[in-house]
Each structure stands twice: as C-alpha cells, then as structure tokens.
Write a protein that binds this ligand. Structure first.
Ligand SMILES: [Zn+2]
Length: 409
C-alpha cells in the first residue's frame, strides 16, 4: 500500500472512531443527568419531559454510532474493493470519454443512496415516530425521494459533464474556472431555491393580515430590514419540529415561518425568534458564511487540481486514471479530514449565535427569547445536559442553557 492510500484509510478509520467515542460520551453525559431537571429549568421543564428528551437523545446518538460504523465500513469497501469492478462494468458498456466518467459517478451515487436509504427510513418511521415527531406518510416520503433524485440528476449530470469537459479543455486552469462557476451557481441558487425548488416539497402561504403580521412588520421597520414577503410553510406535513428562516438577498428576501413554530409560540416569542434571525443579517453572518464556503470550495478545488494532475491517487488504490475515480477518492477522503476542523467552524458559528441572541435581546428584550428557547428545547426534546467535547464537534449552536445564561447576563 502506498503512503497516500495508508493516510486516507487511516483518516477514515480515525474519524469513525472519534465520532463513535463522541457519541458514547454524549449518551453517558445525558444518562448521568437523566434523574433530575437542571436547577435553571426546574420551573419550566417537567421531570417527565426531561427524561423523554434524554431518551430521545440517547436513541439518536446510539443510532448515529451504528451509522458511523456502517459508513466507515462502506467508505473502506468503496476504495478498497468496490470501485474497481464498478468502473470495469461501466467501461464494458460505455465507450471511453466524458459519458463514461459521468456514468460512473451516477452509478456510485445511486448505489450509495440505496445503501443508506434504510437508515433514512428507520429514522423517520421508527425513531422520529416513537417520540411523536414524524408526521410524514409512506407516500409523501417516497414522493420526496423521487423528487429529490430527479432534481439531483437534472442538476448533477450537466454539472458533471461541464466539470469533466473543463478539465479536459484546460488541464492547468480548470479549477479556477470551476470555482468561479460554482460561486455563480451558489448565488443563483439563493434566488432559484426559494422560488422554484422549495415549492416542489412544501406549500408557502403568505401570512394573513392581523396582529401577528403587523407586529412583525413593526419589528422589521425597527431593524431597517426590507423584505418582499412573510410566508408560512406547511412543515407539519412531515415533522413536528419547529423553526424559522429567511432566504434570498437584497429586497427579494423572504421570511419563512414553520407552521409548527406558529402553533406553539406566543406573538412575543415569535418576534424574538425573528429578531434573532434578523441579527444574523445585521452582523453580516450570511455574507460571512458564503465567504467561508467559498474559501473551502477553493481549497477543495486546489486539492482536486493536484489529484488530477499528479495521477498518483488512482494508482495508489489500483484504479485506472479516470477523472471520475479521482473525484470519488477525493470526495470519500475529504469528509474524515474535514471532521477534524469541525470545532473551528462550530466555534465561529456559535459566536455568531451569541451575537444574534444579543441583537434579539436589544430588540425585544430577554424574556421572550428565553421562553422561546425553553419551549423549542422542550418541544424538540433537545437535551439540557450535553457533553462538552461532543458539543465542540457537533453543535453549530451553543447549548440552550448557555444561551439562556448569556441572555440573562
Ligand atoms: Zn441563529
């Protein structure tokens, strides 16, 4: 085995072990505190709710550990054994060229999807259902899968053709153009997604006139925020988890509330959740996130450029030097390496959350934000006692007890 193959195999195994270790720590921390509600929540969360949250968290972390073992095994199998016969099969049916590379990628993606589908089914219809969150039916679930697959084929196949053609035409500069192209697609998606893709999956109804809407409009004016619409999304069609978000940029921004959020929260709480989202906008977090993704994409393309030019990667895994196989190896290896940087990106994201909370506090006061966070935690069965090391790697948002402590200070 060459050094580079050994390094990639080691990264896959180590990242799998790290994630299992973190899952075990999380389950242990939650179980250790299952017996009593943390003092700060004694008056807002019952012992029964606290224990249901503990059971839900433990069930999810255990499933996640099993999934990690499965995914790690699959990644090793793909690189060590499966890619070769799969590529030979495609090569026997499709003549050499762009189509062969694209067909290889599509086949690998389709098989990977089928191999992970049982987990998605189990999560939705067993785990989420057991804790009362699942509201989707088998028919909606199946239709979602078909729509998502069709969408991925419609967008992915032309993109792959474009990438492989670019690689062939400009072997030295392709990655700069590919990066510029990806950035253009990302910006276009900000406009295309809410208008064309999200409506394929959910219904968006403009919020009706009334005290709720005028309260929201007053808050938007106070924050100097322009928007071209307030929408309610029928999230309850699939799940009972509540949320709110906004999409788009400039004057075309839309604010979307899950119907599940509106069902369970008071007007003041909803305004504070919205003020938090507006805080992200005010502090430039949206632009910052786009900048982070752009920098990351540039690194990935530089790595790919090296991998395509050097030609050592496929040889290291005894594979033919086809761009689809180079792309597969890099995509399989990148996750484990990236997971080591999760604490850095999570730290940046958590800092942004504290800033947005502080903004919400300055606009609507601390009390409604605190009660909204408490309700969201309680209703989403989020644990109040996570493990600190687990949160460092897995929480993009600070644990709610910390957010509430900040709001109170
Ligand atoms: Zn936030």
């Amino acid at each position: 085995m060459t050094a580079i193959a050994a390094l990639i195999f080691a990264a896959i195994v180590l990242s799998g072990l790290l994630n299992i270790y973190l899952d075990r720590r999380q389950a242990a921390a939650v179980l250790a505190h299952r017996g009593s509600v943390p003092a700060a929540f004694a008056s807002t969360v019952t012992l029964e709710e606290h224990q249901r949250a503990a059971d839900y968290t433990v069930a999810r972390t255990r499933l996640s550990a099993i999934e990690t073992i499965y995914d790690t095994g699959l990644a090793l199998l793909w690189l060590g054994f499966l890619l070769r016969p799969l590529f030979d099969f495609v090569a026997a049916h499709v003549p050499a060229g762009l189509t062969r590379s694209v067909a290889t990628m599509v086949l690998v993606a389709a098989l990977s999807y089928l191999l992970t589908l049982p987990f998605a089914i189990y999560k939705t219809f067993k785990l989420e259902a057991k804790f009362g969150f699942n509201r989707t039916t088998a028919a909606t679930f199946a239709l979602d899968q078909v729509k998502a697959a069709a969408l991925q084929l419609a967008l992915g196949v032309p993109l792959l053709y474009g990438l492989f053609a670019l690689l062939r035409a400009l072997p030295n500069l392709w990655w700069i153009f590919a990066w510029i192209g990806l950035m253009a697609i990302m910006v276009a998606m900000i406009v295309i997604y809410p208008a064309f893709i999200a409506p394929l999956f959910n219904k968006f109804t403009p919020m009706a006139d009334g005290p709720m809407k005028s309260g929201i409009e007053a808050l938007l004016r106070k924050c100097g925020f322009e928007s071209n619409g307030l929408f309610i999304m029928d999230a309850s069609k699939r799940s009972a988890h509540g949320n709110a978000y906004f999409t788009g940029f400039g004057k075309a921004k839309r604010i979307v509330f899950f119907d599940t959020l509106l069902e369970k929260h008071t007007g003041d709480e909803i305004l504070s959740v919205l003020a938090h989202e507006l805080g992200h906008y005010k502090f430039g977090h949206v632009i910052q996130k786009i900048g982070e993704s752009a920098a990351l994409a540039l690194v990935v393309f530089a790595v790919l450029h090296w991998a395509f030019a050097a030609g050592t990667l496929p040889a290291a895994f005894h594979l033919p030097n086809d761009p689809s196989l180079v792309l597969m190896i890099v995509m399989t290896a990148i996750g484990p390496f990236a997971s080591l940087f999760a604490p850095v990106t999570n730290y940046l994201s958590r800092r942004a959350e504290f800033q947005a909370d502080a903004f919400a506090k300055s606009m609507t006061g601390a009390a409604p934000m605190i009660s909204a966070l408490t309700k969201l935690t309680r209703d989403n069965l989020a644990t109040l006692t996570p493990d600190w090391l687990y949160t460092l790697f897995n929480y993009s948002h600070p644990p709610v007890p910390e957010r509430i402590a900040h709001l109170q200070s």
